[in-house]
Design a protein around this ligand. Sequence first.
Ligand SMILES: [Zn+2]
Length: 426
Amino acid sequence: MTGPQTTPTPEPRPTSSSARSGGTSKRAAGRPAIPLGRLFGIEIGLDWSWLFIFLLITFSLAQGFAHGESWSPAQAWSAGLLASLLFFASILLHELGHSVTSQALGLPVRSITLFIFGGLARLSGEPERPRDEFLIAAAGPAVSVLLGLGFLGAAALLGGDAGAAGVLGVVFGWLGTTNLVLAAFNLVPGFPLDGGRLLRAAVWRVTGDFDRATLAASAVGSLFAYLLIGGGIVIALFFGALFNGLWLAFIGWFLLSAAQGSARSVLMERELGGVSVANAMEPVEPAVDGDASLDEALEDVVLSQGRRAFFVAERGQVEGLVTLHQIKEVPRAQRAAARVRDVMLGLSDLVTVSEDASVWDALKLLGEAGVNQVPVVRGGQVVGLLTRGRILAILENARELGDTRGQATHRARPEVDPHPARPRHV
Ligand SMILES: [Zn+2]
């Protein structure tokens, strides 16, 4: 085997704390940077970071083939390119294994993206039963094992041949072992690896407690991540394999943040899942008249009340929202003349949340949309504003009082369409 022994691994749950303070506009979250098309209704694409790993693997495979097989440069490079392409096709099939199973169980999949650490399938929510979790998690490694055996079988048939068939045999041999290694690595029972999801399904089945199962699988995942980081550093420092060692440590760090993120999100769900948006929101008032100048709005609500966003009303009707972001875009000298009506984000451009949703669901929505506040609606009417600041205050109070609310009563699918990007790795 040649090249960086990278077993591509998962991406952490994109944390819901995207710190951007930008506008509140609707935008599709989690879409691949380079779209490739659709398969089974799922958007397939590449992340920019994928180009780096693709070039790296192609290059090191070609180098390895050139040295190891005494092939001509043309043979080595075409073999390297072919192996690299089929390797990422294998990862895509692994992700499709998860995704098609998920769709068959009634849980839609939004997209599959290849990125620097492998593949990432975004499911539209969490499975509702341990059995579903188990099947979705098992399907990926099952695909990799089948691919591994298939490639090894093909390699055995072609092995020893001279010319192009022999080159293909070597390429298939590498793909066979690599797919099996991939399956084995992903079966390590630490969240967020597939094995961690299998462990979570098992603990969930036995205890009936999804949160506890997530915490257990995350703890094993963190432990494994520390082992990778430690082992990677040792390999880099004492075994002369600087790049491979650092790469392992990097993957470990990556898994660690994913495992810790999922544990943190379980604890936060406990604290926020039982609080309704209606209770946590700030009132619409004081709304600012559309005719008011930005300077007036600054003086009346932003600088005197510490608000980071306010509604704009015309004849008693809420028409839009202005955040610090919009204000900052207007040069200071022009703020006396600028009307709030002209800088506001219109209601129809804003993501909204129902007052019946839980604060936890709303927080996921804020993360998805990359915004700091969301208008709250009741029957199509704006009735308030929920801000990150308010959610943070609730969390801090709950922690200070040591109060973690009811045990995981919120497994039902949320009603605000929060699409918690649930990453699946290779
Ligand atoms: Zn997987």
